[in-house]
Ligand binder design. Structure first.
Ligand code: ZN
Length: 346
């Protein structure tokens, strides 16, 4: 998404306002929206993990304040703030536990510290669930009463939304769809989490690159193998590029990834029976705008339809997500909004 997002003015906004923060390992996105999800202001800031969690909480709160100032609203007009972070975490306690890319941020009460610095109540959520909620509220899922979102990137993130509720689970790790088992063999591929056979071990961008490397080492040839031999870095994007040029290996990898993803989706669909499944993240092969993306999506749908109970599979809508990496801060703001209105009507 570009840095120039369409915004509305303070006069056009429908009160109350909500801020959403999406904490990332490199950058943190912060947005201020009105009660209908229209954007008033937005900032992306470097997270600067090395400064530590207290500085992080303060900087996030300052950014919310700066955005509010820049659109000439006071913090008093911001009803509640939503904060989304990667796990591991304890959502009811508002604590980060052992976040992978945040070495010095362990066991930190991030919700209450952000709340302290900005003076507003903060709603805390897992980043993948927040992204799913963003799509549910304002994106590709806005007409769906329930959905599962899978984010295909370095890992495979998952979020489940059912009628305005995120599925956080008993231990704050509900909706970890990347770690469902799709290969039961004892020598199945190793997942980033240290267990074997998980969806992420086959369908993350990292796994897709690894599967391609293995095929090339085993002697597969073609334009993709040649590009790698010529020194180009093997990435999901390079595979996408060579599939677009009809390289056989690149197509095989893309379609096998879609098939395996479809198998994972069948299990999720039989568990939840959602109205839709959305595919987001960096590895979506150009989405519906490209021939590779369209074929990838169609292959996922074919696999789901051929393996799911007809009543589940036939009506299940499978599509690409729409908000890109903005889904997280929109969803965080949206979940703050849900909590605000829920507590207000009590
Ligand atoms: Zn795993």
């Amino acid at each position: 998404m570009s840095e120039t997002r369409p915004t509305i003015s303070r006069d056009q906004a429908v009160a109350p306002l909500f801020a959403g923060i999406d904490l990332g390992g490199t950058n943190t996105k912060v947005g201020l929206v009105d009660d209908q999800g229209h954007l008033l202001g937005y900032r992306s800031m470097p997270t600067k993990v090395e400064l530590g969690p207290e500085a992080g909480a303060r900087r996030m709160a300052e950014t919310v304040r700066e955005i509010a100032d820049s659109v000439e609203v006071g913090m008093a007009d911001v009803a509640q703030v939503g904060l989304a972070t990667p796990g591991t975490m304890d959502i009811p306690a508002g604590r980060l536990l052992l976040p992978v890319n945040f070495p010095s941020w362990h066991d930190f009460p991030i919700r209450d510290r952000v709340s302290h610095h900005c003076g507003r109540a903060v709603t805390y959520e897992n980043d993948a669930n927040a992204a799913a909620y963003g799509e549910f509220w304002l994106g590709a899922g806005r007409h769906l009463p329930s959905l599962i979102m899978l984010t295909l990137g370095t890992g495979v993130g998952g979020g489940i939304i059912i009628g305005d509720l995120t599925i956080d689970g008993q231990h704050s790790h509900g909706g970890e769809c990347g770690h469902i088992i799709i290969d039961s063999r004892y020598d199945a591929r190793m997942c980033n989490c240290g267990q074997r056979g998980h969806l992420e071990a086959y369908c993350s961008a990292t796994a897709v690159v690894r599967r391609t490397e293995e095929a090339i080492k085993a002697g597969r040839q073609g334009s993709l193998a040649q590009a790698v031999a010529d020194g180009e870095e093997l990435t999901a994007l390079l595979i996408d590029k060579h599939a677009d040029r009809d390289d056989a290996l690149a197509w095989e990898i893309v379609l096998e990834t879609a098939r395996l993803l479809g198998i994972g989706i069948v299990t999720l669909a039989h568990t939840i029976d959602p109205a839709g499944v959305l595919l987001g993240g960096a590895m979506t092969f150009g989405r519906s705008e490209s021939k590779v993306g369209r074929r990838f999506l169609e292959r996922v749908r074919e696999e789901v339809r051929s393996r799911a109970l007809p009543v589940v599979g036939e009506k299940l809508q499978i599509d690409f997500a729409a908000l890109g990496s903005d889904a997280g801060f929109y969803g965080a703001a949206g979940l703050a909004r849900v909590e605000y209105h829920r507590t207000k009507t009590k």
